[in-house]
Design a protein around this ligand. Structure first.
Ligand SMILES: *Cc1c(COP(=O)(O)O)cnc(C)c1O
Length: 342
């Protein structure tokens, strides 16, 4: 339960890899990649799409394609791009991050409004606002379409673009029971991951208008992400989009079930009603025991979790983890708790 990135490809995906029609995608000639990109653009209601190697590369390529070095980018203070991407936003893209504190991962449109400074010779120029939906470090929290619309309006009224790190955007759509376009229509561009809950082995997709994708394609090449017979990556990606979305509901139900169990343990702070998708983040306050220690005690019993801070832990549900596995995990938690929190 460390992450939904551990999901393995389905048998159908392996077969699709074996039989995929291939070509050289740097020349634009891989028919399977072209099919995946057309499908992704259509699903998201945007002009075009681009297959990239990872979510991290998707964010970097997207940010670079919409800004120039020295620009300011407004984002949420615990978002993946700022927190978990090795500082590429500054080290590679040359951007100045302007982190704003959000509530459950969501930016307040008024805070965005006041963070956008007027044109002045002293200030870097802000050109982009980023949202993350669902928000990883906020426990898979969903940002509502109405909030996204407001942030988009504020950004647009000052001439800024809105970009969405939608690594788990299908989890948000399934949780809200809406078509994913309800969440993409208020952003200028976005990315999503094929390799998380959707179970494809590799890849993420950048989506937006033609001009943006054209630039993103050049930057992907610059970063060494131009791939040749990438149809072997695209083939399982097509199955991910067409067949793996609806089952995310199961992951959400399992996460909720797990959260209900964890909330009963002494020293755990967790409101199960805050678990909207497949990520369960909980705080553990037991004197003398940090979350790293708890994670290793659980691992000894075959239950893998992540320590994300001194006193915060994360468990993620995904394909391959069934209701019975959650019950097994809860037994392991209770055994560990008997030793650490009498
Ligand atoms: C996983 C993730 C990424 C990065 O994806 P990788 O493929 O691991 O590089 C980006 N943003 C969010 C919100 C993520 O959860």
């Amino acid at each position: 339960m460390r992450s939904d990135t551990v999901t393995l490809p389905t048998d159908e995906m392996i077969e699709a890899i074996r039989t995929a029609k291939l070509g050289d995608d740097v020349f634009g000639e891989d028919p399977t990649v072209n099919r995946l990109e057309a499908l992704a653009a259509e699903k998201m209601g945007k002009e075009r799409a681009l297959l990239v190697t990872s979510g991290t590369q998707a964010n970097l390529v997207s940010l670079m394609a919409q800004t120039k070095r020295g620009d300011e980018v407004i984002l949420e203070a615990e978002c993946h791009t700022y927190y978990y991407e090795v500082g590429g936003i500054s080290a590679v893209a040359g951007l100045i991050p302007r982190p704003l504190k959000g509530v459950r991962g969501s930016l307040n449109p008024d805070d965005v409004e006041s963070a956008i400074r007027p044109k002045n010779i002293h200030f870097p120029e802000a050109t982009l606002v980023c949202l993350e939906n669902t928000h990883n470090r906020a426990g898979g929290a969903v940002i509502q379409p109405s909030v996204m619309r407001k942030v988009h309006d504020v950004a647009g009224s000052h001439g800024l673009q809105l970009y969405m790190d939608g690594a788990r955007i299908f989890n948000a759509a399934v949780a809200l029971g809406v078509d994913v376009k309800e969440l993409t229509k208020h952003v200028d561009s976005l990315m999503f991951c094929l390799s998380k809950g959707l179970s494809a082995p590799i890849g993420s997709i950048v989506v937006g208008n033609s001009q943006f994708i054209e630039r993103a394609r050049r930057i992907r090449k610059m970063l060494g992400g131009g791939m040749r017979q990438a149809g072997i990556i695209a083939a399982p990606g097509i199955i991910a989009i067409e067949k793996m979305v609806d089952r995310l509901r199961e992951d959400h139900e399992n996460a909720k079930y797990l959260a209900n169990g964890l909330a009963k343990l002494n020293g755990v702070s967790l409101d199960p009603s805050s678990v909207e998708t497949n990520i369960v983040i909980f705080e553990v306050n037991i004197p003398g025991v940090d979350s790293e220690r708890i994670a290793s005690m659980l691992a000894e019993k075959g239950v893998q979790t992540l320590s994300i801070d001194n006193n915060r832990m994360r468990a993620v549900t995904h394909r391959g983890i069934e209701r019975g596995d959650i019950q097994y995990a809860m037994d392991a938690f209770r055994e560990v708790w008997e030793r650490i929190a009498k």
